[in-house]
Structures are given as structure tokens and as C-alpha cells.
Design a protein around this ligand. Sequence first.
Ligand SMILES: Cc1cc2nc3c(=O)[nH]c(=O)nc-3n(C[C@H](O)[C@H](O)[C@H](O)COP(=O)(O)OP(=O)(O)OC[C@H]3O[C@@H](n4cnc5c(N)ncnc54)[C@H](O)[C@@H]3O)c2cc1C
Length: 451
Amino acid sequence: MNKRTFLKLFGTILASPAVVRLLAWAGPEKLRNWAGNIEYSTDRVETAISLAQVEGYVKSQTKLKALGTRHCFNNIADSKDSFLSLKPMDQVISLDPAKRTVTVGAGMTYGKLSPILDAQGFALHNLASLPHISVAGACSTATHGSGEKNGNLATAASGLELVTANGEVLNLSRDHDPETFNGTVVGLGALGIITKVTLDIQPTFMMRQYVYEDLPFSELKDHFDAIEASGYSVSLFTDWQKHRVNEVWIKSRMEAGRAFQAMPDFFGAKLATRNLHPIKELSAENCTEQMGVPGPWYERLPHFRMGFTPSAGKELQSEYFVPRQHAIEAILAVERLHEQVGPALLITEIRTIAADRLWMSPCYEQDCVTIHFTWRPDWPAVRPLLPIIEKELAPFNARPHWGKLFTISPLQLKRIYKKMPDFVALSNRYDPKGKFRNEFLNRNIFADHAA
Ligand SMILES: Cc1cc2nc3c(=O)[nH]c(=O)nc-3n(C[C@H](O)[C@H](O)[C@H](O)COP(=O)(O)OP(=O)(O)OC[C@H]3O[C@@H](n4cnc5c(N)ncnc54)[C@H](O)[C@@H]3O)c2cc1C
């Protein structure tokens, strides 16, 4: 029996309102994250299927951590003690067409939610590159898609149900508790167990996706704003070689006046004549449809198709958020490292994201450009590159993705997150004894403030 079957089976069997105690994972292999680079420090995974079970379990434990779909590349989700999985709590709880909101259980994934919403005539504003991740886990780490007018996925959250360390159930909303809410949504798993999330929705929409090949960096430098404004969501893929962006992915909405008019030439890049994978040499079979074929939002916003899990265990990832006004300087700074970065890199993706008000979001009060690295699964080769890249990006106060690999010091994090003291204070209120803290959080967030 694999882990997935194990969790599903027990999630189904254990419908009692009492605290759920599952057997520790007893398979021969250790419990790992999606990429396989992190072996979690415990195999003890408990599964809850109701709010009552979450409350009971939280009260009964001195230390625990919520576990989502395990897609983070660092040990932000790790625990030495026990995990609580809300995987079976993956239902749509309510959909309010008038208020344009949907409320889902915290175990819901975007892959499951999106077709349900679409069938009801609704859409989310954006999705990440793959749909397989949990809504609660994605919001907790400020996961994002692309589009200069689109906030990260957590900005769609307008309400949360949260079980705090003493088992108290809080219902927070953007309208009624704006400050606390802004502090809680990107909570890094440090504030409690999220059991429900309410998300903004909008009328469903159709999209087209076009890909262009070989955009010279000289054109990018001169026309960055026009390139980023060309679609609802724009992604630039580069291997940093030959002074060019290998592929430009333009995802455009089809409403009147907004659709992208595909020309054969786009700032020196050529319109692709077949579907492409972000790494051109790989088959595009598992990528979302391109070549301008119309399709629903949830089959165009991600790069990878819903029914397919891309390259499990065959990559590592890092990503840095830079204030939008420094986009070109930051991109050129990384390009200067092309010889060092090249051998360990599979591909880089450059995206833009709109500013938000979420305290621990890397886009807090700043529009951002993100420079993402999909690495070969070779940590000894990747590890020394991270401080080199981080040094180049330090003048721009680059912030790392909370769920990806980085070496930026805790001191620097404190310097660049001006709401960190408020976040620590909020955490001390919800979790005074550090029940939800782990090594990652103690090091990066709580080191100077720990009791
Ligand atoms: C192939 C791949 C592609 C990716 N693409 C993107 C991308 O396009 N954009 C992007 O920004 N990121 C991307 N990521 C990163 C990833 O989406 C995020 O790191 C996200 O957090 C993963 O969600 P998860 O449910 O797997 O979280 P996990 O790794 O399981 O947990 C992450 C954190 O969330 C907390 N958490 C989870 N559930 C709860 C809950 N119910 N209550 C409280 N806290 C909770 C955990 O405690 C932990 O701190 C990608 C990752 C992979 C593997």
C-alpha cells in the first residue's frame, strides 16, 4: 500500500468525531516531500476529517504541523513530532454566487476545485504552474502564478477558519478583521491549522495561450513593460544562455478588447509552430494546450495539465521576488552568472505579480518580478550557487519563496520583512508555546524572539 492509498483509506474509515489516531506510516521508505529531497523528521501522519477532530487533536498535542500536498522544496512543513493532514477535508462547503465566493475544506486542491467552479460558471483569478497543490498550503506560502495585475493565490482568500494552539476555532475575514486577516493568510503554518478557506471567484472565462521562441535580452531590456502587459499572464523561460529568453508564454483572456492578437514576430521572437514544453527538448504532451486554441481558464493558466503530475522527484526549485522597478537590473545581474548557473539549471521562469497587503507575502506593498530556478536534482551542485545568486540580488532586497530552497540569512529576512515583528506577535497570541513551530520557523522567523 502506498502513502496515498494509506491516507485515503484511513481518511474514509475514520468518520468518528473523536480524535483520530492513525498508525504511523509503516512502509519501507521514509515520508518525503514531493520532490523527494526532504525526508521528513517523523512518519507520524494523523488524518482529520472534521473540525471536531482537528480541535481534539490540536488540544491533545504539545507539538504538531499541518501537512498539505508536500510540494515545498525546503523543510518549512517538517515536524519531528507529528503531522496533521486534512486531505479528506477537500469538499466545496458553499458557493455564494451573489457574493462571488466559494468556501472549501483546507484539503481541497486547485485541481479538484477548478472544474467544479467552472461547471457552476465561475473561475479563480489565477493558478500556479501546476494544479495539484492544496489551497491551504499554497496560501500559507504565498504561492503565485503570473500576471502583473494578478496578486498571488493567497490574495483571493477572503475568509479563514483556523484552529489555534489551545484548540480555539477562529473565523477571520478580510472585511471584519482586516489587519489580523492580512497577518494570518500567509501564515507559513505557524499560526494554527487552517480548516476552511473562502476564496473570491469571478464569472468563468476562456483563454488562449501562445508561445514565442528566442526573444533577445536586448529587446527584453528595452520593452519589458510592453512584454509583461501583452497578456493576462506572461511567463518568460530562459536557460540564461545566448542572451535570450528561450520561450515567452502569453496567456490571454478572450473577452472583447482583451485578447492578444498573435503576430508571427513578437519583439524579435518567433511564434512557435507546435506546442512546447518550458524545456524545449522535452515532450509537450503534458503541457497545457498552446497555439491559440481556446480553452477554459483552468486548462490554460497552469503550464501543466491537471491529469498529470510533472517530473516527480526530478528537480529542485529556488525563487526570488524582486521589486518590479528593478526587474531589468536583476535579470541582467543573474544573466552575468550564466556560466556558473548553466550546468545545474534545467530552466528559469520569470513572472510578474501584483502587490498585496498580506504581511508575510514577498509582494507585501510591492509589485514584483520573480526569478525562478528549476534545478537538476543535485543539491551539492545547487547549494553553492544560491548564495552567489542571492548576493547579486541583495541590492534589490530580493525575498525568497517561502516554499523553495534558499540560503538568505534570518537577519536579512528580518530586515526585508517589515511586518515580521507583527507576525511574531500574532503568532505568540495564537500559539504562545510554539506548538506549530519547527526548525525552519525557529531559525527564519522566531530566532530573536523565541521565549
Ligand atoms: C512542481 C512544482 C511546481 C510549483 N509551482 C509553483 C508555482 O507556480 N508558483 C509558486 O509560487 N509555487 C510553486 N510551487 C511551490 C508550492 O506550490 C508551494 O510551496 C505550496 O506551499 C505547496 O503547497 P502544499 O499544500 O504542498 O504545502 P506543504 O508543502 O504541504 O506545506 C507548506 C506549508 O503550508 C502549511 N500548511 C499546509 N496546510 C496547512 C493547513 N491546513 N493549515 C495551516 N498550515 C498549512 C504547512 O504547515 C507548511 O508550513 C511548486 C512546487 C512544485 C513541486
